[in-house]
Design a protein around this ligand. Sequence first.
Ligand code: GDP
Ligand code: MG
Length: 321
Amino acid sequence: MTAKNEIVIALLGQPNSGKSTLFNGLTGLRQHVGNWPGKTVEKKEGSFTHGDKKYIVADLPGTYSLSANSDEEIITRDYIASGKADVVCILADSSQLERSLYMLSDFAGIEVPCFLLLNMSDVAKDQGKDINAKEMSDKLGIPVVLFSAPNVKKYDAFYEALETAVANKTVLNTSSLEQKYKDIPDYSEIRNIIGDYKDGNRTGMWLAIKTLEGDLPVTAKVKAELGNEKTAELSSVLDRCEKGIVKAGECKFAWIDELTAGSVKKEKKAAGLGKFDRLITHRIWGKPVVVLTILLERTDISIPLKTAVWKIRILDLEMKR
Ligand code: GDP
Ligand code: MG
């Protein structure tokens, strides 16, 4: 909370999840647009009042995950880590829920009050999907709301979730996700080496999975905190561990599957999906494509892997034609 008792909300979500639509719906003309310090990335902040409280909203740059491969990703992740936000509103696209919830799984382990908006619920409904937000909320321990950002007259459920998240400080339940991470032996070793170390609101679990994924800034930070002996231990685990990012991605998608299983029902055959949408929402191919899309943004992966990723991209472009 700022000195003037304002509550700061950060909007976090993949590109096209509806952040800017919600931002405009909430703040109207009370907006300030500038740049993030030292970057050419647009910074949008605005404000609104609800009940007797004033809220400041930050429309964070859209990114697919909380990695640190581009200016946008670094700005978004540093903002979340800075503790400036009292509450994080995570947006997912209900019409492509599994892919879109990757952001939630990547956020898991950052201890900031949050709630989940399942935006584009109108599109999901047209696809014949019936999403049980209450059930998802019970599993996650945070408010979950079916939402449609352009419909500004129906923001009551948003305000209610916001107030609940702030009042109850609802933090995401990560136990079933960590259970999956623990099945990766390298993860468990890294987690033990990290021990009690936390970095602000980022838990040992979050730091350990990012380290396993080969995230360079997080690994450097963790190493700087540990003594020489533990740093050497960590280096030896990282030297021999392979495909950390793929294994971590598999756990995240398995967790998302469990989360949506039973909570999302399909009533009729999806109509009107484009070829690329069919590929990314495909039961078997969808997940590798998303993981590869995220991998492509990394600068430190090998050339053969990048070539493979590019082939998938080209395939995607060909399918779009
Ligand atoms: P951002 O990239 O996360 O900022 O996403 P935008 O707010 O720019 O939204 C992307 C597109 O989706 C825009 O064309 C919006 O008008 C549209 N959009 C956003 N929310 C919804 C929604 O709930 N339902 C529908 N049908 N369209 C939406
Ligand atoms: Mg936007």
